[in-house]
Design a protein around this ligand. Sequence first.
Ligand SMILES: Cc1ncc(COP(=O)(O)O)c(C=O)c1O
Length: 400
Amino acid sequence: MTKAVSDSFPVSDNVGRMQASSTLAAMQAAEALRAEGVDVVDLGPGEPDFDTPENIKQAAIEALREGKTKYTPTAGTRALQQAIIGFYERQFGATFDKAEVMGTAGGKQAIFNAVVSLCQAGDEVLIVKPYWVTFPEIVTFAGATPVFIDTEETGFVLKAEQVERAITPRTKLIILNSPSNPSGRVIPPAEFRRIIEVLSERKVYAISDECYLRFVYPPAEVYSAATLPPELRARLCIAGSFSKTYAMTGWRMGYALAPREWVRQMLKVQGHSTSNPTSISQWAATEAFNGAQESVTTMLEEYRQRRDWLIRALCEVPGFHCVNPEGAFYAFPDVRGCLKGEVKTSGELADMLLKEEHTVVTDGAGFGAEGFIRISYATSLDRLQEGVRRITRIAERLTK
Ligand SMILES: Cc1ncc(COP(=O)(O)O)c(C=O)c1O
């Protein structure tokens, strides 16, 4: 990666090499058009279109009324830690100690803490392509080197052999993300275990980003790395999030589950940067894990219906090829069949959709997968149908 040159500000080497978020850029483009009164179909969002469930909001209101508005321990309140531990015990039969759990400002901060407390210049960090845009940037910030594993040959589902081939004596860490943003693909549990066994043999650390943990549609099954036996979790950090599951993106609540020494080091990073996650959000998150889960079930069923409709519809779009994603809320079609004439890259196709059809999709190149686009179905079925009509008009023209 080359360093961005700035004449007006003496940016540090590590931050200078970082790229601004391409997914946020798509959000801003949609916002600008909407402000002009244009009827935009926004298939860009990386966040649920549902409101935060009422019981969670009420817990926050009560916390506010009761004056729970002060600093908490950096790792979060005892109640939050207990809620996280209890959730993993009930759902996955996994036991964690308080010293292995910390609350964070979103899953993003958990990943940030985990990477910067472990990695430095000279270390290689394996990142699976296509990847969530933030992974390589955090690695770069830490001064380490991202090394990419391309998974196109296996339909974007990581295999243990691919990990084995990519490990070198400098490999310190791998970042896993299943269900994946952007592909929506899920690593089957048996394969996930084989991957961790390979890592364990080679003494490589792993972050399992489980931000979309519950977004798995039958027959695929919800799977957490927490179900692995303790010996396979010795170098594993789970990064979790309340953002997507409970439609809480703005509350900024996530958590990390890791061996106690890793947590101790992460607490130093967080303690000297942001300190505790917002106290009121912690009470909301505590209710999210302890309270009724019906709203989650309802939201997941709605996502499943949209996915089923969307994938079938995208398979009919000329020049598109789309596999069925088992999880998350994204479709990630291969659009190379449309890139033969007027438009040469997926970025140009995304630009054309925005300019000519006022439809926002995210260019796959930002996720390390040129030739693909990400379509979010965290939007109503009506808008999805309108979006696919607009995409089809452009695709028909490009494939004529
Ligand atoms: C793969 C992945 N991991 C982590 C996050 C972080 O989410 P948050 O910081 O809101 O918990 C996101 C959000 O888009 C994501 O897509």
